[in-house]
Design a protein. Structure first.
Lengths: 255, 220
C-alpha cells in the first residue's frame, strides 16, 4: 500500500459555537480522485479549504505530500510564510473562478510562477502557454478575463493552478456557477487531469460525474463522514440511509 | 461706485508666481503624504490585530473630528514642545495637512480594498502567495482603480486646504495675496485674482475627473 498523498487526522473546526467539522479522518492515495458530496452545510467545502489551510482547523493534523501541519486550538497559529509555502503545493479551483480582473489570461497564469516560484519571465510565459494549451485556451492568452465565457474562465483558473505544478488539485464546486451548456467543457478538463494521474479532491453536485471520474466518494452530513467507499458502490448501493436519501434527490443515471 | 482696477496687480506678478509655486508644491507634498498616512492607517484598520486597529481608528478620528485650522496651529506651536523638535512653518503645515487628508484617504482606501471580493485574496493565497504579496499584487491594484475618483476628490480638497497655511506665515498664494493687498490698497482686486488663480489651476483637474468618471462609470 502506497503512503497516502493526503492524510487528515482528527480534524475539527468550529465557526463560533457551530461545529462544522467533527473529528474528520480522511486519506487520498497518490493519483487518487475523491469526490466529496453531501447537502449544503455538511462541511464538505470547509474540509476542502482545510486541506490547503485557507480555513485554519482548530484541531487535527493535515499532511499533503511531505508537508505536515498539526493544529491544536491552544497553540500559536503558524506563520504566514509557512502557510504560503504549504499552499503552493496544492492547486485550488473556486466556484466563482476568481480570475485576477486586472490581468490578461496569460498574466493570470504567469503571476504565481513569477511571484511565488520566482521563475524568470520567459520560463513562466512558456509554462503558462503550455498550461493554457492543455485546457485549450492558448489562443485566448492576450484577452482579459471579462471577455471570456464562464467555462473558459474556469479552464483558465485550472491552468493557473496547474502552473504551480501542484501535487494535489482541489475543486470547490467548480461547475456550480456555470450555465448548464458550459459544464461539459470544464468536466472534460477535469477528467483529462484525473486520467493524467493528478491527485484530486472534488467537492461537487455532479453525481454522475463523481460516479464516472472519482475512484472514491465520500458522503458528508452535519460535519461528519457518513459513508466513504468506491464511487460506484457509494452512489449505486449506498449502505447508509442518509446517503440514500441525499442521492434520491439526484436521478443519477450511469454516465 | 467702486472702480475696479486690476492693472496694479501686474506689479506683483512675481509675488503671485512664487505663491502659486508654493501652493502647488505644498499640494504635491500633502497629497503624497496624505496617501502614505491613509494607506498605513487603512492597513491598520484592516489588520487582524486589535491593537493596530484601535491605534489606526484613534488616529483617524482624532484628525477627522478636529478642524484643520486648529491642527495647523497645534502642529506648529504645541508639537515642537511635546517632541523637542523645532518645526519650520512649512514642515508643520505638511505634517498637519498630511494627517488631516490621510484620515479621509484612509476610509477611501479601506473601502476600496473591502470592495474587492475576498475571492481575489483567496485565489492569491491558494496559489502560495503570502497575505502581503496577495495584497500588493492582486487586491491593491484593483482597489486603486476603483478608488481613483474618490481619491481625486480628496486631493482637490487637499489643494484648497493648503490656503490655510498662511496663518503660519507660509508664503503660499493666499499669503502673497495678503502682502499684495496691504501694499497696493487694492484688496478686492487682489483676492479676486487669488480666487481666479485657484479656479484656473483646479478647473482642468476637475474636468478631467468628470470626463474620466463619464468614461469609466458605466464599465465598473
Amino acid at each position: 500500500m502506497n503512503r497516502p498523498m493526503i492524510e487528515i487526522r482528527g480534524l475539527r473546526k468550529s465557526f463560533g459555537t457551530h461545529e462544522v467539522l467533527r473529528n474528520i479522518n480522511f486519506t487520498v492515495d497518490p493519483s487518487g480522485v475523491v469526490a466529496l458530496i453531501g447537502p449544503s452545510g455538511s462541511g464538505k467545502s470547509t474540509l476542502l479549504r482545510c486541506i490547503n489551510l485557507l480555513v485554519r482547523p482548530d484541531d487535527g493534523a493535515i499532511r499533503v505530500g511531505d508537508a505536515q501541519f498539526t493544529f491544536d486550538h491552544a497553540a500559536r497559529p503558524p506563520k504566514a510564510r509557512a502557510l504560503a509555502a504549504f499552499r503552493a503545493r496544492t492547486g485550488m479551483v473556486f466556484q466563482n473562478f476568481n480570475l485576477f480582473g486586472h490581468m490578461s489570461v496569460l498574466e493570470n497564469v504567469m503571476e504565481a510562477p513569477i511571484q511565488v516560484r520566482k521563475l524568470p519571465k520567459g520560463a513562466a510565459r512558456d509554462l503558462a502557454m503550455t498550461q493554457l494549451a492543455k485546457v485549450g485556451l492558448a489562443d485566448r492568452a492576450d484577452q482579459m478575463p471579462q471577455t471570456l465565457s464562464g467555462g473558459q474562465k474556469q479552464r483558465v483558473a485550472i491552468a493557473r493552478a496547474l502552473a504551480m505544478e501542484p501535487e494535489v488539485m482541489l475543486f470547490d464546486e467548480a461547475t456550480s456557477a456555470l450555465d448548464p451548456e458550459l459544464v461539459g467543457e470544464v468536466l472534460a478538463t477535469m477528467r483529462a487531469l484525473a486520467q493524467a494521474g493528478m491527485t484530486m479532491v472534488i467537492v461537487t453536485h455532479e453525481i454522475a460525474f463523481a460516479r464516472e471520474v472519482a475512484d472514491r466518494v465520500v458522503f458528508m452530513r452535519d460535519g461528519v463522514v457518513v459513508e466513504d467507499g468506491p464511487a460506484r458502490q457509494v452512489i449505486d448501493n449506498p449502505t447508509q440511509e442518509a446517503t440514500r436519501s441525499f442521492l434520491s434527490h439526484f436521478h443519477a443515471s450511469p454516465a | 461706485m467702486y472702480e475696479w482696477d486690476f492693472s496694479v496687480l501686474w506689479t506683483y506678478r512675481w509675488l503671485f508666481l512664487d505663491g502659486i509655486i508654493m501652493t502647488v508644491s505644498l499640494t504635491v507634498a500633502v497629497v503624497l503624504g496624505g496617501l502614505a498616512v491613509g494607506l498605513i492607517t487603512a492597513m491598520g484598520m484592516l489588520s487582524g490585530s486589535r491593537i493596530l486597529k484601535a491605534v489606526a481608528l484613534s488616529f483617524i478620528e482624532l484628525f477627522r473630528c478636529t478642524p484643520i485650522l486648529v491642527q495647523l496651529i497645534w502642529c506648529y506651536y504645541a508639537l515642537p514642545i511635546l517632541t523637542g523638535i523645532e518645526l519650520s512653518p512649512i514642515a508643520a503645515s505638511i505634517i498637519a495637512l498630511s494627517c488631516y487628508g490621510g484620515s479621509f484617504y484612509s476610509e477611501i482606501i479601506r473601502g476600496g480594498i473591502v470592495s474587492i471580493e475576498t475571492g481575489q485574496r483567496e485565489a492569491g493565497l491558494a496559489l502560495g502567495m503570502t497575505p502581503t504579496l496577495a495584497m500588493r499584487r492582486i487586491v491593491l491594484p484593483q482597489a486603486l482603480r476603483r478608488m481613483v475618483p474618490a481619491l481625486m476628490n480628496q486631493s482637490i480638497l487637499q489643494f484648497k486646504n493648503t490656503s490655510l497655511v498662511s496663518v503660519l506665515a507660509v508664503p503660499d498664494l493666499v499669503y502673497q495675496g495678503q502682502i499684495a493687498a496691504h501694499d497696493s490698497f487694492r484688496p478686492l482686486e487682489t483676492y479676486t485674482a487669488v480666487a481666479v488663480a485657484y479656479l484656473v489651476i483646479l478647473l482642468p483637474v476637475t474636468l478631467f475627473v468628470r470626463h474620466r468618471d463619464a468614461r469609466f462609470g458605466g464599465a465598473r
